[in-house]
Write a protein that binds this ligand. Structure first.
Ligand SMILES: N[C@@H](CCC(=O)N[C@@H](CS)C(=O)NCC(=O)O)C(=O)O
Length: 223
């Protein structure tokens, strides 16, 4: 197995892939390549040839290229998992997981990106209140989805891995209030106790926290 992952440690979608690699116990089989977005390393001709959408993460498995964290995680489980427990092929179980994965792409990550990018890459000096309200709405959806032990049933799946990388990042921007979102709080704690989270997410969440803290301080100094 010769896998190459183009990534950035603070990126939530990249962290979903790191966690999946740890859950599958195959991180040692991967060559990790850092892509520095502010320098435009994702916009070079070479990178665009591999991923015309110029996003990270991007996985290369010999001559097979696949991007989008959800697609990458599904591929890794199907190709390298000892079993399909993280992404069961049983149609109803898979449909519920897929719903959560699309929710992560379309709602959670989209909301996070809209909230954070103006601070990181344009002139905003803080988070917009209307975007923080969107984060809270997203927490409300998660609270309603959490009707079982894990996000898509009684077992941990890719739904938990992909959503927790985004939710744990959102939590750095708008801390989740336990009283208002008790199930979401308990789920986040439960996820954070898992080995894959400790190895694939926790250290990078600290980096994400520092990045946001430094950016806010830098922007506040200029106002
Ligand atoms: N839905 C994608 C989102 C990937 C994404 O937007 N990644 C960001 C970094 S967190 C990125 O590559 N930004 C650079 C760009 O879009 O040009 C996934 O899950 O992989």
């Amino acid at each position: 197995m010769v896998l190459t992952l183009y990534k950035k440690d603070t990126s939530p979608p990249c962290r979903s892939v790191f966690m999946t690699l740890h859950a599958l116990k195959i991180p040692d089989n991967v060559k990790f390549i850092d892509v520095f977005l502010p320098a435009g390393e994702h916009l070079t001709e070479e990178y665009l040839r591999m991923n015309p959408q110029h996003t990270i993460p991007l996985l290369k498995d010999n001559d097979f290229l696949i991007w989008d964290s959800h697609a990458i995680c599904g591929y890794l489980v199907s190709k390298y998992g000892q079993n399909d427990s993280l992404y069961p092929s049983e149609p109803k179980k898979r449909a519920v997981i897929d719903q959560r994965l699309h929710f992560d792409s379309g709602v959670l990550f989209a909301t996070l990106r809209t909230t954070v990018e103006p601070l990181l890459y344009s002139s905003d000096t803080t988070f917009k209140p209307e975007n923080l309200e969107k984060l809270k709405n997203a927490y409300g959806f998660m609270e309603k989805f959490l009707t079982s032990k894990w996000l898509a049933g009684e077992d941990v799946t890719l739904a938990d891995i992909c959503c927790v990388s985004t939710i744990s990042s959102m939590n750095e921007i708008l801390p989740i209030e336990e009283q208002q979102f008790p199930k979401l709080t308990a789920w986040l704690t439960q996820c954070s106790e898992q080995d894959f989270f400790k190895k694939g997410n926790a250290p990078n969440i600290l980096q994400f926290r520092e990045m946001i803290k430094n950016k806010l301080a830098e922007k506040q100094r200029t106002v």
